[in-house]
Design a binder for this molecule. Sequence first.
Ligand SMILES: Nc1ncnc2c1ncn2[C@@H]1O[C@H](COP(=O)(O)OP(=O)(O)OP(=O)(O)O)[C@@H](O)[C@H]1O
Ligand SMILES: N[C@@H](CCO)C(=O)O
Length: 320
Amino acid sequence: MAVFTRITQTELQQWLQGRDCGELLSFDGIESGIENTNYFVNTSTGRFVLTLFEKLKAEDLPFYLGLMKHLAKKGLAVPGPIPNGQGELFNTLNGKPATLVNCLSGKSVEHPNAIQCREIGKFCAQAHLAVADFPGNTPNPRGLAWIESAMNALDSHLPASVRELLHNEVNHQKAVAERLAYKMLPKGAVHADLFRDNALMQGDALGGVIDFYFAGVDTFLFDLAVTANDWCIQLSTGELNPELLGALLDGYQSERPLSAHECELWQDMLRAAGLRFWASRLYDFYMPREAEVLNVKDPKHFERVLLARRQGIPLAPQPN
Ligand SMILES: Nc1ncnc2c1ncn2[C@@H]1O[C@H](COP(=O)(O)OP(=O)(O)OP(=O)(O)O)[C@@H](O)[C@H]1O
Ligand SMILES: N[C@@H](CCO)C(=O)O
């Protein structure tokens, strides 16, 4: 399903020349995923993942691949791009910009336990600490400005009750963004889509985090809220599971304690993170691109998440 661009053995062999990755043995298309074309590549020295970018533009790639390289270099479990002979992190393969990264072990979990939530919390904090000297400054591509423009594009498609909630929450988030506490929040290049399906687990240990292609500069708290809304969710109600949330926050704060401003804005950022994915799912639902038609994710889920976060949260972090 997700192999949009086919390649031949000869094309791949030529493209791999100059990369420090051994001799090509075999390669297989990866069926899951809807954004890019991915292949597992086996060589004489190991296993890699080849990604051909179907929609992202070449000018956007240095930020994403640079961030992955930066985090991998700092020892985080993130696929590091293997440069070609010219030192470039990506170059054209069969007409598409393409990169080769190392293959991480593990598989994603649907129902994480508290230990796994703690691990992902720790990873999130370590990544936030590690970007202090990362120079890339591409803003979050799905920030409030994008949400507002998507909302305007969607307006005529939406039932009145949905439209009202969306406008109300966007206005709330615009007001939050004006607050001094918000302006004081620490920021940096963040994953911004650290869902369960973007983490590979080996039992309770984290094998690695993939899919950095929605990354951008945003507040660290927003990134943590995105993670909490997916990892600590009670799927039937959209509410947060206090035990899983406690473990996630505990793991995070064991590496990077939250500031008083971050604690103050926790509920607002959980709402912002709920809004972000509700808006993108609504957008994909009403304006799907070809490959998405059969894979559109349910917007209702994030409507429930947002409504639940507006009502309250089970656990507020305390500054250390
Ligand atoms: N570095 C990696 N190591 C191991 N497996 C990987 C790696 N990168 C991708 N994969 C595998 O390939 C699958 C598809 O990758 P990914 O989720 O990035 O797809 P996509 O089309 O780029 O994005 P999306 O999930 O947003 O549709 C993953 O679920 C995972 O199984
Ligand atoms: N994680 C997003 C998809 C974009 O990767 C969602 O569940 O809506």
